[in-house]
Design a protein around this ligand. Structure first.
Ligand SMILES: N[C@@H](CCC(=O)N[C@@H](CS)C(=O)NCC(=O)O)C(=O)O
Length: 317
């Protein structure tokens, strides 16, 4: 059964979101080269940028400004009908869903030789932990409330009782109507509206939000147990002796939880999780994929000013 109460709408256990696309031909997408449609501070974009860095893949950046709702612009939705970032395009073929993109990069685009990668019999464990990180209801925790201490300024502003989701839902209702004659857009906006409305209800219902914290807490206990008993304990990583996709997914999730000020609530006394964080955040690809994109004026404020000057009322007009 779909469980948006305790899991992310996009986790593999849910059918809320449209199915991910894999290497899917799309005439609207750039036809030459590797392009990543992404947003500097989006968690799923961070994962993909780190995976591209890890695998020494050269790519072209295509910014999608989430604060300007560019993820709902028809030209983008024709490429990614989920109305979210990230989207990877290789020579006109589209792959969506961050976990799916990570696997695609690993199997199709990687410039590493096999000796640098985890072994084939570790794939199942890696997929398990990748899925676990993906199932954490990070969106609701981000927008839900401000119980985290020392929350960063950006995230304090996002948790505003669901105002952003109310705005999105209204915008999506208009877009569903406006594009009723183009099936792809109509279905995409309708599906996204359903997700946004469900998330909004959760954000505005304290008992449901409490249930999310409980889910996050039990997932972090599982993480701690695996770190203590698995390869990390022998100087390796979460699911293998080698760094894997699971470590990428957990690195950005734990980093976000820290930024939300929820560290003390979720793993305050668990020292192994803290040691794991230290190791993850010191990785060179973490710098390239996450820290190098963290400058807010450069990656959000200036692009937004430019967008507002040249594209005013593009979506809502
Ligand atoms: N894991 C899913 C979810 C992606 C997702 O939720 N992306 C967020 C940013 S991390 C987004 O684009 N949010 C914009 C929105 O929902 O309007 C995927 O990669 O398709």
């Amino acid at each position: 059964m779909d469980d948006l109460n305790t899991l992310s709408a996009y986790s593999s256990g849910n059918t809320f979101a449209l199915k991910p696309l894999t290497d899917f031909r799309c005439d609207m997408a750039p036809q030459k080269g590797i392009h990543l449609f992404h947003f500097s501070h989006s968690l799923c974009s961070m994962k993909v940028r780190q995976a591209l860095a890890e695998n020494a893949v050269h790519w072209t950046s295509r910014l999608v400004l989430l604060p300007a709702y560019q993820q709902y612009e028809p030209d983008y939705v024709r490429i990614n009908p989920r109305c979210v970032v990230p989207t990877l395009v290789c020579d006109g073929k589209v792959t969506t869903d961050s976990a799916n993109i990570l696997n695609f990069i690993n199997s199709k685009l990687s410039n590493l030789d096999n000796s640098q990668k985890p072994s084939v019999d570790e794939f199942e464990a890696i997929a398990f932990w990748l899925d676990k990180a993906d199932s954490l209801p990070i969106e609701a925790l981000t927008y839900g409330d401000n119980r985290g201490s020392n929350k960063s300024f950006l995230f304090k502003r996002l948790a505003n009782g669901g105002k952003d989701h109310e705005y999105k839902a209204n915008l999506l209702r208009k877009l569903v109507k406006r594009h009723e004659n183009e099936k792809l857009l109509h279905d995409a906006y309708k599906s996204k509206l359903n997700i946004v409305e469900n998330t909004l209800t959760i954000i505005q219902t304290p008992t449901r939000l409490n249930a999310l914290y409980d889910t996050a807490d039990s997932i972090l206990i599982e993480l701690e147990t695996q770190l203590v008993s698995g390869p990390f304990n022998a100087k390796g990583w979460l699911a293998s002796n080698k760094f894997s996709l699971a470590d990428i997914a957990w690195g950005v999730v734990l980093y976000r939880i820290q930024k939300l000020g929820l560290e003390s609530l979720l793993w305050g006394n668990r020292t192994t999780v803290s040691q794991y964080c230290e190791k993850l955040f010191a990785r060179e690809s973490f710098k390239t994929g996450i820290m190098d994109w963290s400058n807010i004026p450069k990656n959000i404020v200036f692009p937004m000013v430019k967008y507002k000057l040249f594209n005013r009322n593009k979506l809502v007009g």
